[in-house]
Write a protein that binds this ligand. Sequence first.
Ligand SMILES: [Zn+2]
Length: 76
Amino acid sequence: MIFIVGVGGPRSEQKRDNFKTFCPHCRNEDYWIREKQLQNLTLFFLPVFPIKTDYVYYCPICHYGNKISKEDFERF
Ligand SMILES: [Zn+2]
């Protein structure tokens, strides 16, 4: 029997702010995005379990941003 194991993703879940944030990188104001990025271990191309989760907060225009904690992601 052959197992095909790989790493899939990242799959992501996004939330958009309902207030504008000034971006120091591109100097625009926009509704920044909070994103949960999941990487899953896959077996026969099906996600089995998540191996890594990142939370990021970034500007939708230039994608400048930073990592945030899970608590910050879920607070909004
Ligand atoms: Zn920007």
